[in-house]
Structure formats: structure tokens, C-alpha cells
Design a protein around this ligand. Structure first.
Ligand code: AMP
Ligand code: MG
Length: 418
């Protein structure tokens, strides 16, 4: 169930008055589980109000108007809504008597123009407003809930709480939003979307959003329904389809970050890790240690930026660097194996690459990164070329390094996977 708010009043389009009613209404609607999908501010102008109301009725389940219910010619909300819904305005004698009585209580005669405030569209309910002259109005059919509320906040707020909220709650109470988030790495946004589209297109009631950042794609599934089992069933079927389409590229099904997933795997397998980093400058160590309790698996690491330090701190043979270059698969492997041996950890990581913007060559362009994971058996190495600026290249390199750790446990027959 979604809602839209239209704040009516030319004063709201000046620098001197602000539409605060919609903030209040949004807060209240959200608490009911209703999402506000559009808000607009419209002056006291018939043509523009008709246009705004037309759009709102077309695209939103609940439409709330604030303002424009006064007695004067420029208060147009009542007439506009009646006209758009094809309902005649009829004089409501009880409301008129109430307005007259209110004036009498202040020892005044009701001016004729206030009769307008007693005009009610056919089929509309008047919402009792003891704090002002004009009642609010409520119109409901199978497609819409429409509320017309007076502009003054001291009238609008209690009227919403007492009269509108219970009516909306009656229709939305059972409907909730169900949400599932999957995270993917090692594939770009369009590649992910292309693979999963055939799956999610089959579920018209489930809203699928694909959000990308460097090195990671998030897939959000949302469904509004009363039926929790139906939502879970749909999500399970979609997930199964995504699993086939994306294979081992899905690393998270509960919103966990890649470092959290890796932390769980290391803990579960009682494994420890160390890292010798060059181009990432300690980013991998930073991410591994960003998790509380990381001391149980992260033993230590070095940032060996210069060739000398690669040799001094991770035992990379000088001749190997001279022969293959500092950015090479062989040096990444030597970094991983060297730090693992030095630290005595289960796994050792080595990262070397060119983060740019300078330092690239034809043979080794900016973005070239070699990453290795040593585990005592065969050391696995990966060569990639990342796109983007320095930050993006370093971020993606750390992401791929974490993913290599994940893959190590995924394809190691004796490892626990949780
Ligand atoms: P109306 O119901 O259009 O006669 O509004 C009467 C008064 O309520 C205006 O003069 C404003 O001071 C106030 N008002 C109207 N709309 C809003 C709004 N969206 N937010 C805050 N105050 C409002
Ligand atoms: Mg007004």
C-alpha cells in the first residue's frame, strides 16, 4: 500500500511558509507500514491542482490533501476532488448547522461564504473537526482512500490521528513489506541483471531492484502482502533461480558484507589469516579487522610497498622481483606464501598491482592486480584488470582478495561452509 501527499496553498510556494504537514503525515503513514511515494506542493490554482490530483489518483492508493478547505474562492481542494471523481457536491445540513453554531458560540453571524465548507462530495464522509470550522472529508472506494484535511497543523494533526489513521489502519493492518537482500561479487551490474531477469520477470508481485557499487552488486527483493508464507515461498523460488543463474557469485543472503562472510568462514573453520599487501596499502587488513572479534582469526600483516620491503618482510626473492617485476603472479604468490610462513597462519594473502593513475605500461596497464591465497597446498593466484580510479581499483582488489578466501573454503572439500 502506498500513499501520496498534496499540500495545497500558494503561501507554501513562497520563502516564508513551509509545508510541514507532509512530514508529519509521512511519519504517521510509515509507522503504519505505508510508503509515501510522491509529495507535491501546489498553489491555489485550479488547473495545477487538477493536474496534481489527477496524477496522484492514477498512481497512488492513498491520496492525502492538506489545505485548501477554507471558505474563500481560492480554496479549491473540495471542488477539484469532487470534479475528478465525477461526484456532485451536495449541501450537508448537519455540517452547516455545526458551522453556524460555532459562529454563534463566538457571538458572530456566519458569513454566507462559509456555506461552501458544508458542501460534501456524494458518498464522502465528513470528518469531525472540533478545532476549526471546516470538517475534513474522507472518500473511499475499492481503488482509493482519499482524505481532505484542513491546512492548519493544529487542526490537521489531531484530525489525522482521530479520524484518518483508524480508517487507513483498517485496510492496511495485515499488509506488511517483506524484504530479502542478496549480494553478488565478481560480476558487473548489467551482467547480473541479464542473468537474473528471466527469473524475477516471472514474479510480478515481487519488486526487484539491482544496486551496484565497485566490486559488489546488491539485489533487493520486496513484496507487500498479508501472507508471510507466500512471500517466503516466492523469495525461496526466486533465490533458487538466482542460484542457478549466478552460481557461486552470491556471497550473502542476509545482508552480511563480504568481510563478515569471510570472518564467519574463518571462525567456523578455526582458521587464521595474514596478509602482505602492496597496492591495497593495508585495505585488506583494515577490512578483516573491521569485524569485532577479528583477533581470533587475523594474526597480522605487512604493507610492503617497496621491492626491498617485499624481500625483507615477506621473503620475496630479490631475483624473482627482478625477473618477473613487482606486479606479477609470481610475486603475489611469493608474498602470500612468505607472509603465511612468517606469521604461521592457516592462510596467507598476497596482493600486488598498479592502482594508478600513473605507473602503468602497455604490458601492465593501470588496474592490473595479482592476488594470491596460500594455504599450504597449491597456492591459488588470480590476475585481473580492474576499471575505475585509484580508490575503485584498491577497493575492488580488496574485495576480490576476500572473495578468494571465500572460494578457498567453498571448494575445499573438508571445509565447513555454515
Ligand atoms: P488552508 O486550509 O489552506 O486554509 O490553510 C490554512 C493555514 O494552514 C495556512 O495559512 C498555513 O499557515 C497553514 N498550512 C497550510 N498548509 C500547510 C502545510 N502543508 N504545512 C504547514 N502549514 C500549513
Ligand atoms: Mg490555503
Amino acid at each position: 500500500m502506498n500513499a501520496e501527499i498534496i499540500a495545497v496553498g500558494s503561501e507554501l510556494l513562497t520563502p516564508y511558509r513551509m509545508d510541514t504537514n507532509s512530514l508529519y503525515l509521512t511519519e504517521q503513514l510509515n509507522q503504519l507500514g505505508v510508503e509515501v511515494i510522491f509529495k507535491s506542493v501546489v498553489g491555489d490554482n485550479l488547473r495545477r491542482l487538477v493536474a496534481a490530483a489527477q496524477h496522484a489518483l492514477y498512481r497512488s492508493d492513498i491520496v492525502i490533501f492538506s489545505g485548501g478547505l477554507g471558505p474563500t474562492e481560492d480554496d479549491l481542494t473540495r471542488e477539484t476532488v469532487a470534479d475528478l471523481l465525477g461526484r456532485k457536491l451536495k449541501l450537508n445540513v448537519a455540517i452547516l448547522d455545526g458551522i453556524k453554531a460555532r459562529f454563534r458560540s463566538f457571538n458572530r453571524e456566519m458569513p454566507d461564504i462559509n456555506v461552501r465548507q458544508a458542501m460534501v462530495p456524494e458518498g464522502a464522509e465528513a470528518l469531525n473537526n472540533p478545532r476549526g470550522t471546516a470538517p475534513g472529508l474522507w472518500i473511499e472506494d475499492s481503488a482509493h482512500m482519499i482524505a481532505l484535511l484542513p491546512g492548519p497543523p493544529r487542526e490537521l494533526k489531531p484530525l489525522f490521528l482521530e479520524e484518518v489513521l483508524p480508517r487507513v489502519a483498517r485496510r492496511v493492518s495485515a499488509v506488511r513489506m517483506f524484504h530479502r537482500e542478496l549480494r553478488v561479487t565478481g560480476l558487473g551490474e548489467s551482467a547480473v541483471d541479464q542473468r537474473i531477469q528471466p527469473v524475477y520477470k516471472r514474479f510480478a508481485d515481487v519488486n526487484t531492484t539491482v544496486l551496484a557499487s565497485p566490486g559488489e552488486v546488491q539485489i533487493h527483493l520486496r513484496m507487500w502482502t498479508e501472507d508471510a508464507q507466500l512471500a517466503q515461498k516466492n523469495f525461496a523460488e526466486i533465490e533458487q533461480g538466482f542460484e542457478i543463474a549466478l552460481t557461486d557469485r552470491i556471497f550473502s543472503r542476509d545482508g552480511a558484507s563480504l568481510e563478515e562472510v569471510v570472518a564467519r568462514l574463518l571462525t567456523l573453520n578455526k582458521a587464521t589469516i595474514s596478509a602482505a599487501e602492496s597496492c591495497t596499502g593495508g585495505l585488506l587488513a583494515q577490512r578483516l579487522t573491521s569485524i569485532a572479534g577479528s583477533s581470533s582469526y587475523f594474526l597480522g600483516g605487512v604493507v610492503c610497498y617497496s621491492n626491498e620491503m617485499k624481500t625483507a618482510w615477506a621473503d620475496v626473492p630479490k631475483e624473482l622481483i627482478e625477473a618477473k617485476g613487482a606486479v606479477s603472479a609470481e610475486v603475489a604468490v611469493a608474498l602470500a606464501e612468505g607472509i603465511r610462513r612468517r606469521v604461521g597462519s592457516t592462510l596467507g594473502m598476497g596482493i600486488t598491482g598498479i592502482a594508478g593513475p600513473g605507473g602503468g605500461s602497455e604490458e601492465k596497464p593501470v588496474g592490473t592486480v595479482h592476488i594470491a591465497v596460500a594455504s599450504g597446498g597449491e597456492t591459488k593466484a588470480r590476475a585481473v584488470r580492474f576499471m575505475g580510479d585509484r580508490d575503485m581499483i584498491r577497493g575492488q582488489a580488496s574485495q576480490m582478495a576476500l572473495d578468494l578466501v571465500r572460494m578457498h573454503f567453498l571448494y575445499n572439500g573438508s571445509a565447513k561452509r555454515g
